[in-house]
Write a protein that binds this ligand. Structure first.
Ligand code: NI
Length: 139
């Protein structure tokens, strides 16, 4: 079981007021919960910056009528198969597709693969959600 450490912070009044506003607006029970999540967010950012093992969810919207696009997207995924955990494909309408791909591995490699998918002709929008395997975030 983890030990709980109490600490105090020194903040300017304006910043303190903003903290309380954010805590209240976000629906947190108290400031501690909010600060814990801020720290975890900073840790996840560090993992991605340092190229540590990470969890990324990549979403892309594309026009499947674009010549060779399906083949190119599959090529990129096969080349980097070790990173891919799962993917879900949704046919949005007769022309557009959405695909959500979960990747686990070196954060730098995930970004490279995401960039390789994004730059394919016919891919209209992408987003990469940078998350964590959780190893550094628990007590
Ligand atoms: Ni489709």
């Amino acid at each position: 079981m983890s030990s709980l450490v109490r600490c105090s912070l020194s903040l300017e009044q304006g910043l303190f007021d903003q903290l309380d506003r954010l805590v209240s607006k976000s629906g947190y029970e108290n400031r501690s919960e909010f600060v814990r999540d801020l720290i975890r967010e900073a840790l996840v950012q560090e993992e991605w910056k340092e190229g540590d093992e990470a969890l990324g969810t990549f979403t892309m919207v594309y026009d499947h009528h674009t010549r060779n696009l399906n083949r190119n997207l599959t090529e990129v995924q096969h080349k980097n198969h070790a990173l891919f955990l799962a993917s879900t494909h949704v046919h949005l309408d007769e022309r557009f597709c959405a695909e959500m791909i979960m990747m686990r591995g070196n954060a730098t490699e995930i970004i490279e693969v995401a960039n390789s998918l994004t730059k394919q002709k016919g891919v209209l929008h992408t987003s990469l959600s940078m998350s964590s395997t959780g190893q550094n975030l628990s007590s």
